[in-house]
Design a protein around this ligand. Structure first.
Ligand code: ADP
Ligand code: MG
Length: 437
């Protein structure tokens, strides 16, 4: 049990934390016990335990709570027998040049599975390694989460850093760029900062959308960009959207981003999904029957990160339960798929609540706070929270522009009321039944 919860919690943390934090602090932990909603985790040293306590305890508890489905506590212990794996940033020689962004070297061109939906991005990334600065400059990769952008950037960094001197290939996230700039400003070392970034051969920046609304950083980035671009140095960028759809970024900078090759990384098409399942399963050393492989390809492959998480859980579940992997085990290990879980929308929930209490939408999201309106409104928030994974702020926005704390208050108010109010409990079960009809 502790292992199953921990595998799932780790998967969530991996998606949430920087790779280097995950690799350094989370990966070495071992799940020791699970009892009464408390997960005991062992860290390799007292120092690691204290660091985790100070920096990651809320994230750990949130991940374990989500993984176990109920509020959970994390207890941190020390077990000196656990060894500390090598840090991503500590790779030898010139490779440290790109490893500084924490991008693990497991991302290569060879283990990138190519299909229709990522062929252009893949080809362009390879072309950049073959002839940096020559053809596609900048190369701008864009696409949704978990589709392989960071993987391709890291493969370019590895490919280029391989034959070049230390420090000439720089690969980092836009967030790191901003942090370095702020540190340089504070230490009055902007000259050094500029020299560093303008003296490199290849600049690779991930998650460029992070520059949104940061005027000073955008300005500095634009200078760096122009200096490098003018002397035909290669620039590679990745973002969750195309340059012209990036909110909060100066138009001139967006134009610069779009001035080279724009390559989309799209969600995998059916053929690529099949190939990904096969490749990822064989990497994990897991054999899959054809019906299991096609179930995973159809229902668990909206993006590649989702598929990797699903396979890891299936493998852990099979190992721990000593069973072979068949469709029944997969369904048990994974629960309802994201496709099946794609529950009702906010609008639909609000609509059902209005209908049930015979209120108009305007009344429900309006400013009046009489009991006739306040309870249904709070209930709508409560149902939105339970039946979607939309953030609280958006739920508040949907119900008349109310803020995050109003939603939090509504959730506790409804929970309290449900304990003593049988009519409300009935309303909830009727509404739930309708939402799932
Ligand atoms: P993004 O940066 O677009 O959010 P990542 O590059 O972090 O996505 O990819 C998420 C995970 O999926 C990584 O482990 C990555 O190796 C894997 N992945 C994504 N696309 C592919 C692919 N085409 N072939 C193999 N692995 C992939
Ligand atoms: Mg990424």
């Amino acid at each position: 049990m502790p292992d199953i919860i921990w595998v799932e919690a780790r998967r969530r943390l991996r998606g949430e934390l920087l790779d280097k934090d995950y690799d350094t602090w989370i990966a070495p932990l071992r799940a020791a016990r699970w009892s009464a909603d408390t997960l005991a985790l062992e860290a390799p040293s007292g120092f690691a335990r204290d660091w985790l306590r100070q920096h990651f305890l809320p994230a750990l508890e949130r991940a374990v709570t989500e993984a176990s489905g109920a509020p959970a506590t994390v207890l941190l212990l020390v077990n000196r027998e656990l060894s500390i794996p090598a840090r991503a940033g500590a790779l030898p020689g010139h490779r440290a040049a790109y490893a500084t962004n924490g991008a693990p070297s497991r991302y290569t061109f060879d283990n990138f599975v190519v299909g229709e939906s990522n062929r252009v991005a893949y080809g362009a990334a390879r072309a950049v390694v073959a002839q940096p600065g020559a053809r596609f400059n900048p190369l701008f990769l864009c696409g949704g989460c978990g589709l392989g952008k960071t993987h391709l950037l890291s493969a370019v960094a590895t490919g280029l850093a391989h034959a070049r001197p230390l420090g000439t290939v720089v690969c980092l996230t836009a967030e790191n760029f901003v942090n370095e700039m702020i540190a340089a400003l504070a230490a009055r070392r902007m000259d050094r900062f500029r020299r560093k970034f303008r003296g490199i051969q290849t600049l690779i920046v991930d998650d460029i959308q992070f520059l949104a609304e940061k005027r000073r950083s955008q300005e500095e980035f634009a200078h760096t960009f122009n200096a490098l671009h003018e002397s035909a140095r290669q620039i590679v960028l990745a973002s969750d959207r195309a340059p012209h759809d990036l909110p909060g970024i100066e138009e001139a900078l967006r134009d610069r981003f779009a001035s080279g090759l724009l390559a989309y990384v799209n969600p995998p098409d059916p053929a690529l999904r099949g190939a990904l399942v096969e490749r990822k399963a064989s990497t994990l050393g897991v054999g899959l029957a054809p019906e299991v492989a096609s179930y995973l390809a159809e229902e668990w492959c909206a993006n590649v990160r989702e598929l990797e998480g699903a396979l890891t859980r299936v493998e852990a579940y099979a190992t721990l339960s000593g069973r072979t992997i068949d469709l029944a085990l997969v369904r048990e290990a994974l629960g309802p798929s994201p496709v099946a879980r794609r529950g009702p929308s906010l609008q639909r929930i609000v609509g059902e609540v209005c209908q049930h209490y015979r209120l108009s939408r305007d009344e429900l999201s309006g400013p009046r706070r009489t009991a006739r309106l306040a309870v249904p409104r709070q209930l709508a928030m409560y149902l939105c929270r339970q039946h979607t994974d939309v953030p609280l702020a958006r739920i508040g926005a949907e119900l008349g522009g109310r803020d995050h704390s109003t939603v939090v208050h509504a959730l506790t108010a409804i929970e309290r009321r449900l304990e003593k109010d049988a009519t409300l409990r009935e309303d909830v079960s009727m509404l739930r039944a309708r939402l799932h009809a």
